[in-house]
Structures are given as C-alpha cells and as structure tokens.
Design a binder for this molecule. Sequence first.
Ligand code: UD1
Ligand code: UDP
Length: 364
Amino acid sequence: MIKILVCLGTRPEAIKMSKIISELKAKKIFDVKVLSSGQHKEMVSDALRELKIKVDYDLKIMKIGQTLFGITADILNKSEAVIREFLPDIVLVHGDTSTAFALSLAAFYSKITVAHVEAGLRSHDIYNPYPEEFNRAAIARIAKYHFAPTESAKENLVREGIDEENIFVTGNTVIDVLVDNIDEKYRNPNLPMGDFILLTAHRRESIPDGLSALFRAVARIAREFPKVEIVYPIHKNELIRKLAGEILFGMENVKIIEPLLPHDFHNFLYRCKFVITDSGGIQEESAYLGKPALVVRKCTERKELLSYSSIKLVGTGENDVFSEAKKLLENDEEYRKMSISTKLLGEGDASRKIASELSKLLKK
Ligand code: UD1
Ligand code: UDP
C-alpha cells in the first residue's frame, strides 16, 4: 500500500479535498490518512461531517484570535509526531493556507514528497491576498507534483521553473462538490422568497479597513433597496463579527446568520441574484454557475475568470462596491452581461483526475 497523508485544516480545504479522499480510498492501493491541523474548528468539523470525511489525526491548534506565528509554529510542532508515526510516502496539501504551508514544510523537513492541489494560482502581489500569495509560491518550491486547476495556473508554474512533466491540469475540485450539491428541489426556511444578495467576507488584509468600507456599502445598498434582502453567513472570526455588528446591526433586510453547511451554501448561491465576496472558492463556484460575483479585493489570483465569466473585481472602496451592486440591481443589461458561466475549472471530475494521476505516479 502507498501511504498518503491528506492534509487540511480550514473550511475550503475540507470541501476541496473531500472528493479526492474518497477517490483515493476507492482505489485500494492507498493507505489514506486524513490530518486536520484544526486551524478552523466548527467550520471544518461541520463541513467534514456533512461530507462524510473522518479525520485520523487532529492537531487541534485553533485559538481565538490566532496569529500567523501561532498557527505556523503550532502546526510544525504538532505534526512531527504524526509524520514519525505514519511515515507517509507522500503528503498531499491544498492551496495556500498556513495549514498547507506549514505541513509542506513539515514534510520537507522529513524529506517526504509533497503533492500540491490547486497549484499555480498567482496574484503577483505578495501582500494580496496575505499571507496566501507567499504560501502558495513557497509550497510550489517544496512540492514535487503540482495539480493546476487551469492552463494559466500551469503557465505560472512553468515560468517559475517547475518541470512541466510534474504539472497536471485537472480543473478545480470545488466544482466536483458544487455539481453534486445543486438541488432543484432544495428547500430551506431561511431562503428568502424574493431577490437576495449573498455576502461573505473574511480576508485578513481587509481587517479592519476594507471590511468596514464593505459593510458601509452593504448598509447603503440595504437602505436604497429595502425590498432586496442581503443574506450574510458570517465567518466565526470575532473581529469580523464585531465590525459587522457595529455597522449592520438592526438593519431589517440584512440577515446575519451562522456559516452555512456546504450543501446549503451552494444552494443559496445557486438561487441568489448575485454574490458580494472576497472568497477564493466562491469566485470559482460563481464562475461555474454564471452567477454574477462582485469580488471585494484589490487583486485576484484567478485572473482568467475575469475575462471569461461572471466575476468582477471591484476593489475595496465603499463607493465602488455600492455603485457596482446598484448597477446589477437596476440595470438588466449589465446583469445579463455578467451572467456568463464557464467550464474553465472543469465539470466536476477534477478529484477523479487527481486520484488517477497519483495512482499512476506512485504505483510501485
Ligand atoms: C483562513 C486562511 C485563509 C482561507 C480561510 C478560509 C490562513 C492564514 N488563512 O483564514 O487562507 O481563505 O481560512 O475560510 O491560512 N474561528 C472560529 N471557528 C472556526 C474558524 C475560525 O472561531 O471554526 C475564528 C478563530 O477566532 C480564529 C479566527 O476565526 O482565530 C480566524 O481564523 P484563521 O484561520 O486564522 O483565518 P481565516 O480568515 O479563517
Ligand atoms: N462556504 C460554506 N459556507 C459558508 C460560506 C462558504 O460552505 O457559509 C463554502 C463555499 O461554498 C466555498 C468555500 O466555503 O466552497 C469557500 O471558503 P472560504 O470563503 O472560507 O475560503 P477561501 O475560498 O477564500 O479560501
């Protein structure tokens, strides 16, 4: 058996690794163990329960108000014993979180091969998003195998000197889960009857100024369009909850709710009028669905989506967010122009492709 340690720790990693785990297990040539850093607590355990993924090793590192120093140091310290016990042939990490970075480093220190899922995304601005742009570039330096979602992600890696033979273009695994979850018969008492905007926000570099500006823009949208509901499944981060509470408290058509499970979130996304977000994964999902998405960031590492889909980068200024949202609510032509879906990220078979490549690469 080939021993593979699949690493995750945050909500998007749980979602985006879930089908790779089941595909690998189905192959019967792998001894698959799942390691969660526990960088997220409830947000990961809830998602994993729904996705039916069992964690074998939980480092349980999450602290309220955790810092990048704490996350990285705790994961490095606590992963050593797991790696010594399991002695994996290969460590699989995802994307650009501090979990992925610290566990790649731990594997490197143990001279264990690393494979990187969602490799090659680049904004080319080391502070945006922060610290993710650094994390993913550092992981690329450590990893041997690179699963790039798109051709342009592959080109980024080739430009950095990665051997083309070790790069595999697979699509994005988030689409695999999304496709499974969309349900025409979905019902939920919290789903608004009329038009609603879905909102999510969490980026570190936007706390506090970017998020305050975003929430002021949301308050203006809510006042100017009282018939439109804004549904905001809020991140567990207490700094974000405090900022949102200060600016949005008491607004009748702004519904701040607990984070949604992936199945619920995907069905809310499918039904909303448009989404306002700073998330990476939600850009991908919106692009696939052709759901207009206003991306509240200075730059994006998913640049190819801007030209071919429903994604618009609007920056982090209050007026920009407000005026772009107003346009989508008032101007049908603008709305129609943004409702373009793309298959650039695959059609739901990325996890299967990654598991097949790994079995070919690692068969002894
Ligand atoms: C992390 C990742 C980011 C990813 C995001 C996905 C890093 C540095 N950041 O950012 O790349 O886009 O996850 O959501 O890797 N909290 C809870 N319960 C939870 C989860 C979080 O209480 O289940 C609170 C804790 O107080 C924690 C804070 O949220 O300290 C921030 O979590 P953290 O993982 O540091 O940052 P994210 O913004 O979630
Ligand atoms: N998501 C979810 N519930 C929510 C909000 C988001 O399940 O309340 C899912 C979403 O569908 C996507 C992923 O979480 O698959 C995105 O995670 P997040 O925005 O936290 O991180 P990022 O993608 O920016 O790293």
